[in-house]
Design a protein around this ligand. Sequence first.
Ligand code: PLP
Length: 464
Amino acid sequence: MTILNSDFQTARNWDNDNFVHPWEGMANIGRNERTFAEGGDGIYVTTETGERLIDGPAGMWCVQVGYGNTEIAEAMAKQAMEMAYFSPFSNTNSTAAKLAHEIAERTPGDLNHVFLTTGGSTAVDTAIRFIQFRNNVLGRPEKKIIISRQKAYHGSTYLAASMSGKERDKGWMDQASHLTHFLPNVNPYARADGQSVDDFLDEKIANLENAILELGADKVAAFIAEPILCSGGVIVPPKGYHNRCLEVCHKHDVLYISDEVVTGFGRLGHWFASQEVFDIVPDIITCAKGMTSGYSPMGACILSDRLVDSISGEKSKGATFSNGFTYSGHPVSAAAALKNIEIFERDGILEHVRAVAPVFEARLKALGELPLVGDARGQGLVGCVECVADASAENALELDHSVGAMIDAHCQEHGLILRPIINMCVFSPPLIISENQIHQMFDILEGGIRKTTDDLVRQGVNIK
Ligand code: PLP
């Protein structure tokens, strides 16, 4: 199975010399000591040294049914042997067509037109390009601005990255800034002292409406929002937020894109969170990650019938939506996605998530009591612990950077992989995690936070 057991240093050299990783820190390129994941079963991954660790983030929020699922692997192998690939441009394939149908069966409202992509970024790009295309066909080429939010993450292709509001990711990169407008932070934890959550919510809705009015409704094409801003720190907006945003959007003829790349496929206990959890039927949903449980790359941009009908037939003026990928609807990925859906239904994965989520949420909330923890938030099977060592210290930012890494190191030593984002520990375990395993995961996390607190106190940090 693994090259590393026999010749670990060689693989590390290949990794450092030849493999450019996502978000590669250039100061350190070629000098990394990354953990190699070489095997996995259920919620565990096995590293190059044979350590078996709980995978807190489920890969990258995606390994829903867990590692080592032979059913998905076999479905992919069968498809690869029968028909690995054929051009989706003017031909088609029954596995991909069936997948589009199965997805449409599970989406809210009239979201029945499924454009299959290669991942989340290409799903978001497709959504934006479709909106631009539609407005061109409708004869309003000026209506192109997309309103997004601070701390949002929508992907790494140029357009999707331009819609992303994480400051840390923008510093050195170019963006199509003329196409975007960003609304301020929607995290209720960051609201002003003395402000109620209700007032904060009103302010956020006013931010959206004022932006549309100031930019001009004839210029604003869409609003894009993750139901929960996940990689921005699992920010759960106040109750009623999405509903009210949708109302504002529709009042001003602005489309609503719900980016469910993380929340789709079970993370909150439903196929999609937009309607079931947040009570909205958006105009477009994007999804990826959990679609195949990470077994093969795939994403989707799901368009409402209303949008498609508005520019089809006679109304299309002969236009072609010139957007697509060699691997749109790849049969092997589609086979993985179909088997994933079958497993979800047969094994009651969505019901399981809804059953264990209260345990997860209760353990998460309890971490909020620890002195090092500023906020512990989440929903379903996604959570974040935001640590604040000493906000008033001169080196507060430096401290923040080290806190996540320290907790991560302690947890890994005790059998849990986390995904620190500066001072935030974010986790979204495989959806098959049992109640006992949830306790095990939180026990390790709590121990890691306590040990980090002790380390900081020993260093003289004044933890508030
Ligand atoms: N949208 C959201 C909400 C995401 O969290 C991500 C990735 O984390 C993306 C889009 C981009 O997806 P991908 O990395 O598959 O391109």
